[in-house]
Design a protein around this ligand. Structure first.
Ligand code: ADP
Ligand code: MG
Ligand code: MG
Length: 213
């Protein structure tokens, strides 16, 4: 069947939107410590708009932009802020690698995740240790690539990578922010994990449920 990927990706975004809806208050509190407090609501609104756009695109059939690219546009527009722009870039990059038609494969996902991580680092210029979502995304991409390379099935490799992202996100609590809005707050962010790293890890954990055994 055609457009299998678009339908599967729209379902994954639906799960992501539900998870971020549930985490919005907690992410907002985290962003209030050394930010402006809008990370929860931004991720909540952005992911909801992205899921809706992906569903519409998947149902409508082939277009110039893939379902995930359209979802990324909607996330950036509606979510707003730094994280909206970055998640928009991430979905656009992943959408360009995966396309809408062919069933999503382990190799495609592996390549897509690495491209996504590279795009975020090029776009936002943050390095590991700066206390951003990059600190969760780099170990996630590394673990996923290593596990797939060792022959683990995608759901297993993804689960290990999601665990790595989660530990890395929690470990950002010890860091002092060097980029983004939190930078201006200096040591105030120490003791609280970076909200963008925590939300990235949550998304990674949620997507695990969409990968078939
Ligand atoms: P804003 O700071 O515009 O209010 P959000 O609160 O939605 O945006 O998102 C804040 C998150 O964005 C941070 O927790 C951090 O993970 C991420 N972030 C900020 N700047 C960068 C950057 N240059 N590269 C990658 N991620 C970044
Ligand atoms: Mg904010
Ligand atoms: Mg803001």
């Amino acid at each position: 069947a055609s457009r299998r990927a678009a339908g599967a990706l729209a379902r994954a975004l639906e799960g992501i939107a539900a998870a971020l809806d549930g985490a919005a208050d907690e992410l907002g509190r985290m962003d209030r410590v050394a930010g402006d407090g809008d990370h929860g609501i931004g991720m909540q609104r952005g992911s909801r708009a992205a899921a809706d756009a992906a569903r519409t695109a998947a149902d409508a059939g082939a277009g110039a932009r893939t379902a995930l690219q359209r979802a990324g546009d909607a996330w950036a527009d509606v979510g707003g802020g730094t994280s909206g722009a970055i998640w928009g870039e991430m979905l656009a990059t992943l959408g360009a690698v995966l396309g809408d038609e062919d069933e999503v494969t382990a190799a495609g996902i592996g390549d897509g995740v690495v491209a996504m991580k590279d795009a975020v680092m090029t776009f936002g210029k943050a390095q590991p240790g700066d206390k951003t979502m990059v600190d969760a995304m780099v170990p996630f991409a590394e673990e996923l690539t290593a596990r797939l390379g060792a022959g683990d099935p995608l759901p297993v490799a993804w689960a290990r990578a999601a665990e790595a992202a989660d530990s890395a996100a929690q470990a950002t609590a010890e860091m002092t922010a060097r980029v983004g809005r939190a930078r201006a707050h200096g040591e105030k962010s120490v003791g609280t994990p970076d909200p963008g790293a925590v939300s990235f890890a949550l998304v990674a954990r949620t997507v695990r449920g969409n990968l078939k055994e």
